[in-house]
Design a protein around this ligand. Structure first.
Ligand code: NAP
Length: 283
């Protein structure tokens, strides 16, 4: 392997030190309320990590577990109560929500200044305007990893594979806001068979699809910064979307999976809670 590893844990450690100090200087201890509707193993793993990180940093953590049969209206009313509760700094709604509940409506019901995941339309709009306040956690995590390389981003060619509203789209806006020439690839790019040529141009490549081995190592531009957001279970292993060993032969920097983006995502959630807490102290 010739690439340098971009390890999320190391960067997260530094950010958490700063957050600890910020939290100590706040008038009120921040409180994050996590809302889980029904059972989901992936969400439960994330919730465990949220609680651990919150407690280590001095953020109060409360989990509201709701029955999968809850109506959309009842969920929105519960969110309304959390919005009104002055002791709550941030709220995270665990996705996916059960069928029949419109996640966009639910996200829209959050008070924007308590939206710990940055999924309220106002917060996403601010990302689009280049005035991000609370920003989707995984997109922020990818940016932190890219910036940690110290490479000047201005004018670079980036390719983002995956255009979900939680990862690919906000990330492409964050890159664009830094004057990176950004191409966004999606299912139609894959179907047209032109993913290799887009990927091959990328000086910065970020992949967030959820398909193991989708991106072949041989497509990677030599010297690229490569961030793999994908999480896939293959047998008893967790792997990303990129063929790691082959890509690491060509890239200058690459994230491992696991250990790359994941540890930083939860740190960005904590940073959002601190931002949310500060916004409420201003208001
Ligand atoms: P998602 O909502 O399912 O989005 C996947 C995206 O990939 C969609 O935009 C889809 O396009 C696109 N796509 C599907 N097949 C493709 C192909 N063959 N070629 C090009 N693009 C293709 O997933 P997500 O929530 O963004 O998550 C993506 C991955 O990241 C998952 O593995 C997830 O577990 C992981 N993830 C990791 C973290 C972390 O902290 N490490 C956080 C969030 C997510 P269409 O919509 O057009 O079909």
């Amino acid at each position: 392997m010739s690439a340098q590893l971009l390890e999320g844990k190391v960067i997260a450690g530094k950010i958490k030190e700063g957050l600890k100090q910020e939290i100590q200087s706040l008038k009120q201890k921040p409180k994050l309320v996590s809302v889980q509707v029904g059972e989901n193993p992936a969400s439960s793993v994330y919730i465990k990590s949220q609680r651990k990180n919150a407690e280590n940093l001095g953020v109060e953590y409360m989990l509201e577990t709701l029955d999968a049969g809850i109506t959309q209206q009842a969920l929105i009313e519960l969110i309304g109560g959390l919005n009104e509760d002055a002791s709550v700094s941030g709220i995270i709604i665990q996705l996916p929500l059960p069928k029949g509940i419109d996640h966009r409506l639910v996200m829209g019901a959050l008070a924007p200044e308590k939206d710990a995941e940055g999924m309220h339309p106002e917060n996403l709009g601010r990302v689009l305007l280049g005035e991000a306040r609370i920003c989707p956690c995984t997109a922020q995590a990818a940016m932190e990893l890219i910036e940690s390389t110290g490479i000047k981003l201005y004018g670079k060619e980036a390719v983002v594979v995956g255009h979900s509203e939680i990862v690919g789209k906000p990330l492409s806006m964050l890159l664009l806001n830094r004057f990176v020439t950004t191409t966004v690839c999606h299912i139609a790019t894959g179907e047209r068979g032109v993913l290799p040529e887009h990927v091959g141009r990328a000086e910065i490549l970020v992949v967030a699809v959820g398909k193991a081995g989708l991106i072949k190592g041989e497509w990677i531009k030599p010297g690229a910064i490569v961030v793999d957001i994908g999480i896939n279970r293959v047998g008893d292993q967790i792997v990303g979307d990129i063929e790691f060993e082959q890509a690491a032969q060509r890239a200058a920097f690459i994230t491992p999976v696991p250990g790359g983006v994941g540890p930083l995502t939860v740190t960005m959630l904590m940073r959002n809670v601190v931002t949310a807490s500060k916004l409420q102290q201003i208001n």
